[in-house]
Design a protein around this ligand. Sequence first.
Ligand code: HEC
Length: 156
Amino acid sequence: MFPSKRTLIAGAVVLAGIGAAYVMFGLPGGVTGTADPADAGQVALGKEVYGTACASCHGVELEGQADWRKALPGGGFPAPPHDETGHTWHHADEFLFRYTKLGAKEGLGVTTFKSNMQAFRDTLSDAEIWAVLAFIKSRWPSAIRQRQERINQRTR
Ligand code: HEC
């Protein structure tokens, strides 16, 4: 089933909003740490964290929720996949860290849509958040990983 045109437009508006806020606000300093998909220890910790904190919405296989591009009746969107079919890899590591730790509004200044994801600042340490991102990155095919790394380099 293909998403309807209206759905696609709604999704594009949300993504454009997030992108614009990101460009406008940039990343206030203070974010340190790295997510290294080649670090087996970090990836192993991240896998555990993912299973307990993220899989219920983003899917055990990182596949996301059904019809994730389609707006929900109550506002916002279902959880997108974190595998290569989603748009997680379109973002730099710091963006993903801030989204996870602080949420869309506080982390990135996005107020144009209703976020259905809570911030994890009170339940996960920074090390656990970087680890979960390392795990997510470790699941991408290497070509996708390389493309995301280029996005990282542009934002440094
Ligand atoms: C209660 C469901 C839920 C849980 C649990 C959850 N998320 Fe999300 N997540 C969402 C939804 C829904 C979105 C779509 C945007 C929004 O509503 O904020 C999202 C979006 C994201 C994004 C932005 C993706 C993009 O491409 O812009 C990241 C990064 C993310 N989640 C990471 C995580 C991580 C890491 C965890 C576990 C620590 C997690 N999420 C747990 C529901 C959830």
